[in-house]
Design a protein around this ligand. Sequence first.
Ligand code: GDP
Length: 305
Amino acid sequence: MVLAKLGGRITGTIKQMKNATIIDEKTLNDCLDEITRALLQYDVSFHLVKEMQTTIKKIVNLEDLAAGHNKRSIIEQAIFCELCKMLDPGKPAFAPNKANSSIVMFVGLQGAGKTTTCTKYVYYHQKKGYKPALVCANTFKAGAFDQLKQNATKAKIPFYGSYTEFDPVKIAVDGVDRFKKENCDLIIVDTSGRHKQKASLFEEMRQVAEATGYSLILKSSKPDLVIFVMDSTIGQAAFEQAQAFKQSVAVGVVIITKMDGHAKGGGALSAVAATKSPIIFIGTGEHMDEFQVFDAKPFVCRLLG
Ligand code: GDP
């Protein structure tokens, strides 16, 4: 599996460094160069990787480290911390506010886990005391309406969708307006995905984003938050995919799905770099409660594990 290789390569490089007889400038440089190569191959931005290298070299000043210091563990710790930092774009994630009704739009490729994740997100917030609702503006995927409706019914969440209306923009506007009238404070709109990053998908998504915000009641021009859902198993395609979404809609946060499988989640580094947005949750199974708040440290441990 391609994705396992990023973490594996970094771990292998750290191991090699730890097994070296002496830790000198050359050992450190070789180690950092190899990690840099691995990250660049995964399309993590050059700027980020360069910054990581410079910071580690600053932290690990071999000349100043007195004998007795465990240089190996200092280097390892510095690499770990910098990888955690790469998962933090330095931008706080939008948090829905119960006092102001928030509209959240989900985007992602078909099969990424968007519909499942919409329900998980809603269920999570329902438990926190929100009054959420789900709108199915995914008119492309056969069965999307039934899938979301079934999930909504199971979690006792109000749902809006249509078997007969095929215009996702109209469904989104009608659904948002209806739930605004019903005083729902968190309205989630699931949008269409496609197998490939097709221009038509992005145009449709952009139109839904515009129309969703331009609800008859709200009269604003954007959803409050666009969540990009990415499958953790996609590997090296992560950067290009995330960037394509970011270029079409204002992605604000990322959710990585299927972290219960074999994938180590290396694509997350690329997704953060491409969208400049934080990861907020990870999906860890098919069920509604298999959803965790994202935490960079255990994530990097797993990546390197
Ligand atoms: P969509 O086409 O993006 O809306 O994707 P779906 O929500 O229909 O999910 C596609 C498949 O992935 C379904 O079989 C889901 O049950 C499964 N899925 C979604 N999230 C997860 C996850 O976190 N872990 C696992 N194992 N499966 C997931």
